[in-house]
Design a protein around this ligand. Structure first.
Ligand code: KG4
Ligand code: ZN
Length: 343
């Protein structure tokens, strides 16, 4: 079965073709970073319009590169939520229409399920059950995963998502959008021992997160370090290192706690922040001490992409699921509303 996957939930247009026998056949991504950079964040209306411009050329591009025609596609999967309503509508309308025109099923994919399953695209895919740490620009969640569609939320952020906290802290440091990778780069040059930032909620039981206090702490530290309104490169790097260290430490503590609570030895990390090298290295080191393993996608599949949507759609197609003719997007969509797969 060959599934065309479309991702357009935020500021990346992703298109890919996944074959249930042969794996990923083609994959293309267009990032809108340059478009939104001058505004310091994603402008939803501009994002929607750019998806309109880029989506069909990317579909043609992946079909060409896989040497396929529309008639070779067995189903079309599109991100139906969560995300920006207008941006989601672009992929959903185009995807539903293509499926109708080609006479094949359409699949409405949950963006976070796409992230969660992205490690399955790698050679060393995790077996169920596992704990998933989903860390993106909009979500920070710990989920027990017993199978596709079999999700139990163990904890989540009570305020900002981890990626959002990275982006806001980066902005305070004067780093350009998107801040997460920029902050990580600055942190690599910094002295991690100069400042100690708080580890929010680690002393309380449970698996929830909170990053708003860390944001305020960052803001205050930046204010203290500024001389004549300017932050030196050294101060910027040291604050970035302390911020990243606090986030990585907090996430690691909660992941270990979740594994222990659920009696599991496999952890998946997915979503944009899972591209963070410091987080990967810390989790690998700490999990090794308890005989547990961490799984994550290659960096290109940590952030938004079409491959994860094509893959998640293919899993649901093989389980016999598909959409009606209605085009529906869900800007908010709890993952536990998804139907499980019969196994
Ligand atoms: O999954 P994603 O591409 O989009 C959403 O679904 O939100 O995640 C984007 C988020 C942004 O907040 C971005 O700053 C963050 O992931 N991010 C990173 C890194 N790469 C992306 N955060 C920290 N370190 C990174 N290397
Ligand atoms: Zn995402």
């Amino acid at each position: 079965m060959r599934v065309l996957g479309l991702e357009s939930s935020c500021d990346e247009t992703g298109v890919a073709i996944y074959d249930s026998e042969r794996g990923l056949l083609a994959d293309a991504l267009y990032s809108q970073i340059a478009l939104h950079a001058e505004f310091g964040g994603v402008v939803p209306e501009l994002a929607s319009r750019d998806h309109v411009r880029k989506l069909l050329p990317l579909v043609r591009q992946v079909l060409d590169s896989a040497n396929l025609r529309g008639s070779d596609i067995d189903a079309v999967a599109y991100t139906a939520g969560p995300g920006l309503a207008g941006a989601l509508m672009v992929g959903a309308c185009a995807g539903r229409a293509m499926a109708y025109a080609w006479g094949v099923p359409a699949l409405a994919v949950h963006h976070m399920e796409g992230h969660l399953l992205a490690p399955m695209l790698e050679d060393t895919a995790p077996e169920f059950p596992f704990i998933a740490l989903l860390v993106s620009g909009g979500h920070t969640q710990l989920v027990r995963v017993d199978g596709i569609g079999n999700y139990r939320l163990l904890g989540e952020s009570l305020d900002d998502a981890a990626g959002e906290a990275f982006d806001k802290a980066a902005k305070m440091l004067g780093l350009p959008y998107p801040g997460g990778p920029q902050l990580a780069k600055a942190a690599a040059q910094g002295d991690v021992s100069r400042f100690t930032f708080p580890r929010p909620m680690v002393n309380r039981p449970g698996l929830d997160f909170s990053f708003s206090g860390l944001k305020t702490y960052t803001l205050n530290t930046v204010a203290e370090c500024r001389v004549d309104g300017q932050l030196s490169d050294g101060d910027r790097n040291d604050i970035a290192a302390a911020f990243q260290e606090a986030v990585v430490d907090t996430l690691t503590i909660k992941c270990l706690r979740a594994l222990k609570q659920e009696g599991l030895k496999r952890l998946v990390i997915a979503g944009g922040v899972s591209a963070n090298t410091a987080l990967r290295e810390r989790l690998e080191g700490r999990l090794a001490t308890i005989g547990a393993a961490v799984y994550y996608p290659r960096p290109a599949y940590c952030t938004d992409n079409g491959a994860m949507i094509a893959y998640a759609g293919c899993c649901r197609l093989l389980a016999g699921q598909s959409e009606t003719l209605a085009v529906q997007v869900k800007p908010r969509w709890p993952m536990n509303e998804l139907p499980g797969l019969e196994r």
